[in-house]
Ligand binder design. Structure first.
Ligand SMILES: Cc1cc2nc3c(=O)[nH]c(=O)nc-3n(C[C@H](O)[C@H](O)[C@H](O)COP(=O)(O)OP(=O)(O)OC[C@H]3O[C@@H](n4cnc5c(N)ncnc54)[C@H](O)[C@@H]3O)c2cc1C
Length: 431
């Protein structure tokens, strides 16, 4: 039985683990339909199919030019493994998601973004080239100059164009492994939006929202900024982790415990503004210190709802969404607000210029009714839902939110991918 990170749904599936090009070809020829799988950190059903091809044994580094910060690796190498090689040499990932336990291939296929999207854009902005295995087993190189349509469809294409086997990434020079972090308390949504605007030039920004605060405190947040420090050297973090050993009873999570946690989190900082010198690990990957934290949501699992609204919808749209969630008394331990820069050229990449909100919800009756209502608000404001977190978006909503889906499908057909690469998600979305 296998699932995405949200542990919903669990399905019976065959997982093939090829290690050589021949084995990949054999795996492809044996399956009518299949989908690539990395480390399974996508929350929903984008990496789920009855037949899956794991890329985890394609985990070799190919080349590292430590002078110019250019790294080539196979697609199953994780960001965690990459950091172990590059940090001691003074380099960092130009874009990183909130967990380092994702593969290079998964980061490309979801075109992940981080706390610097407003400045640097998505992961694919730093990908120079990719090698794909197409549905017939042939290899195809692509980049912005070579097969550009395939490149732009693959970055953010959720594994639906082919198997990404390897790629080349341009890294970011850093002056130390430490971050100068500033935390500012924002009393409500208006205040946190002003902070994002005032700090638009900061390298990293994010806000942790208390999604159950109401009335005048609707949207109260801890707003966090970060800049790479000049001091502290290039130490890697210790490999010590806590683990959630068992699936916890879902009843531990209810509107009271979530409200209490959120209030505690907001008030844990006494001062209005706090400056700290922190290692990059707690700054970028706070959740990675607790392994299997997804078990906290109980047997039925959970889902993350992440949407982005364009700048024009701004405060008004975000207030409408937050009010709906507050009223429902559901919601998440930590909800995250980020600022996004302009959209890139990829057909299905998620970010558009504006604000993105992400919240976790445990799976329970009528949750999807609430999420459907949120979809309508998001679509009304011309925003979209992030596919790598999704497990239930309807085909009609997807096609409204991602108007370039037809172009994407045409590329899928041109490369024969529609005959081979299918996930539960792609079938649900009509791709
Ligand atoms: C705690 C946590 C924090 C996160 N924070 C962020 C964040 O800040 N920003 C963000 O953008 N995302 C974030 N994510 C989501 C995560 O970065 C993406 O879901 C990522 O794609 C997962 O990579 P993976 O290797 O686990 O891929 P999987 O989950 O296994 O697969 C994800 C998708 O990529 C495809 N895929 C994987 N490998 C390949 C390959 N080699 N070739 C072709 N297709 C492939 C799969 O088919 C699937 O469609 C977060 C996830 C977690 C659990």
């Amino acid at each position: 039985m296998v699932s995405g990170w949200g542990r919903y749904p669990f399905i019976e599936a065959t997982m093939l683990n090829p290690a050589s090009l021949d084995e990949f070809r054999q795996a492809l020829s044996r399956q009518k339909h299949c989908i690539a799988r990395g480390l399974g950190r996508s929350y929903g059903d984008s990496a789920l199919a009855n037949e899956m091809i794991s890329l985890r044994r394609m985990d070799h580094f190919i080349a590292f030019d430590a002078k110019n910060g250019i790294l080539s690796c196979e697609a199953g190498v994780s960001l965690s493994d990459i950091l172990k090689v590059i940090v001691p040499q003074g380099w960092f990932l130009p874009v990183t998601p909130g967990t380092k336990y994702v593969t290079f291939g998964g980061a490309v296929a979801s075109d992940v973004h981080g706390k610097n999207h407003h400045i640097e854009g998505c992961f694919s902005e730093f990908v120079q080239s990719l090698t794909l295995m197409l549905s017939d087993g042939s290899l195809c190189e692509c980049s912005r100059d070579n097969n550009p349509a395939l490149f732009h469809a693959t970055c953010g294409g959720m594994g639906l164009t082919g198997l990404i086997l390897r790629g080349t990434l341009v890294l970011k020079k850093m002056s130390s492994a430490y971050i100068h972090q500033v935390m500012i308390k924002a009393d409500n949504l208006d205040a946190v939006f002003s902070l994002f605007e005032q700090n638009a030039a900061s390298t990293y920004s994010v806000a942790w929202i208390d999604c159950l605060a109401k009335g005048k405190t609707l949207g109260r947040s801890l707003f966090m900024l970060g800049e790479h420090s000049q001091e502290g050297g290039y130490l890697l973090p210790p490999e010590k982790h806590l683990t959630v050993p068992l699936v916890m009873p879902a009843t531990l999570l209810n509107s009271y415990s979530i409200a209490a946690f959120n209030a505690l989190y907001f008030h844990r900082q006494r001062q209005k503004e706090q400056h700290r010198f922190v290692h990059y690990h707690p700054f970028f990957y706070p959740l990675d210190s607790l392994l299997h934290w997804n078990r906290l949501y109980g047997k039925k699992g959970f889902t993350q709802y992440q949407c982005v609204l364009p700048k024009a919808a701004g405060l008004l749209g975000m207030k409408e969404i937050l009010k709906k969630i507050t009223l429902s008394r559901r919601g998440s331990f930590l909800s995250v607000l980020k600022s996004c820069g302009p959209h890139n050229q990829n057909h299905l990449s998620f970010p558009i210029e504006g604000y993105s909100l992400a919240l976790d919800f445990k799976i329970e009756p009528e949750l999807f009714d609430l999420l459907n209502e949120l979809d309508s608000i998001v679509a009304e404001y011309q925003g979209r839902v992030y596919l790598t977190k999704d497990v239930r978006l309807s085909e009609a909503m997807f096609k409204r939110m991602y108007p370039r889906w037809e172009e994407f499908l045409a590329i899928r057909i041109r490369y024969g991918a529609d005959q081979k690469f299918h996930s539960y998600q792609s079938d649900r979305l009509g791709l």
